[in-house]
Design a protein around this ligand. Structure first.
Ligand code: SAH
Length: 346
């Protein structure tokens, strides 16, 4: 049986079969077939609903040095900031009024926010907004740290694996970081009962159909509740400043493949996709995505959370971001809902 048919019939695929599918992405018939199946599944499980997450970028200090990232520790030009607990709670208050029922706390790996500080922030948010979900995206931590955050009330955790290929991982990260540890973190988070999000950039330097096949194999094995993918976009102050960005078309193709691979997955149409194409997020929805993550960060620090060049929405108030996205979703027949937007397979 052809690999594409196996995917659609929800049979387990091998690396070679994923490679076969990835090599067919320029075939318009295959593209259309996968897109239609992705939309069918998305509508079957989620109708035309779009879940929103209020993204709070709370620190751009980072102890890591990922070669692609604008807030890597070696970037001496990055203007560093930290939000106070009160700033973060003000974002939540604003976000709650705007209809967000999930807050995503994302940041660099900033040791200033000790476990005790993070636990207190999570507790305060969960006490003030018990019906809201808290998602963390603060990198690699110990099992004990993840456990403490979970006990404080955190519901979900986003930790893109970035690439599931050992050699490719080394192209993207310094030797002090390892794919093994990244994966272990994801397994720890799952074990602790988090709804877990993995993912990767599309078109990162050194990526190939072989490494992408490893990514899809890993997703098939991990069975995460969420998957974040978006095009790689170079940042002028990184080692990859001169590299070319990932393609929108390939990202859309992969969104469809991932929707079919994990039919109930929570799949965002990311800001990076919107940065590469003014209609990127709408196209993401039309390829199988069902989540958007408008920015709730205070305007004063928005521009400083500078992961890649030309990031969109850095000058808009949160309300503008939310309304703009809601209209964009409506324009393609989807509807933003006021809902925690939990995974169907918790
Ligand atoms: N420190 C946290 C959050 C990282 S930022 C963590 O380690 O998970 C969130 C994501 O942005 C990263 O996982 C990465 O996939 C993406 N990202 C970073 N630099 C990027 C770039 N230049 N282009 C596109 N995406 C990028």
């Amino acid at each position: 049986m052809k690999a594409v048919d196996k995917l659609i019939q929800r049979q387990k695929l091998t690396k070679e079969e994923f490679i076969e599918i990835l090599k067919q992405q320029d075939d318009p018939d295959i593209r259309e077939l996968l897109k239609e199946e992705a939309i069918r599944l998305r509508k079957h499980y989620y109708g035309t609903k779009v879940f929103t997450r209020g993204l709070i970028e709370f620190t751009n200090h980072c102890k890591n040095d990922c070669y692609y990232c604008g807030i890597r520790r070696s970037n001496k030009n990055a203007k560093r900031f930290r939000l106070s607990q009160e700033d973060i709670l003000a974002c939540c208050e604003n976000g709650y009024e705007l209809g967000f029922r999930t807050f995503v706390l994302q940041g660099g790996e900033d040791v200033w926010y000790t476990d005790a500080k993070l636990v207190e922030i999570i507790r305060r948010i969960k006490t003030l907004y018990p019906e809201c979900a808290v998602t963390l995206s603060v990198g690699e931590k110990s099992y004990e740290s993840y456990k403490a955050y979970k006990e404080a009330g955190a519901d979900r955790y986003l930790l893109r694996h970035e690439t599931a290929d050992e050699q490719h991982y080394e192209v993207l990260h310094p030797a002090e970081m390892s794919l093994a540890n990244r994966k272990q973190c994801l397994y720890d988070l799952k074990k602790l009962g988090y709804q877990v999000g993995a993912g990767f950039m599309v078109g990162s330097p050194g990526q190939s159909v072989e490494t992408l096949a490893e990514d899809l194999l890993f997703l098939q094995e991990l069975q995460p509740q969420m998957v974040g993918i978006g095009p790689f976009i170079p940042h002028h102050d990184t080692c990859f400043a001169e590299k070319s960005a990932g393609s929108v078309g390939e990202t859309l193709f992969l969104l469809s493949v991932i929707r079919i691979l994990l039919p109930t997955v929570l799949l965002p149409a990311t800001t990076a996709l919107g940065t590469m194409d003014p209609q990127g997020r709408e196209k993401g929805l039309l390829a199988g995505a069902n989540v958007v993550m408008p920015n709730l960060s205070p305007l004063k620090t928005r521009k400083q959370y500078d992961l890649y060049d030309n990031k969109i929405c850095t000058g808009d108030e949160s309300a503008q971001c939310k309304n703009c996205l809601a209209q964009r979703m409506e324009s393609v027949g989807y509807h933003v809902v006021v809902d925690r937007g939990d995974s169907l397979n918790k």
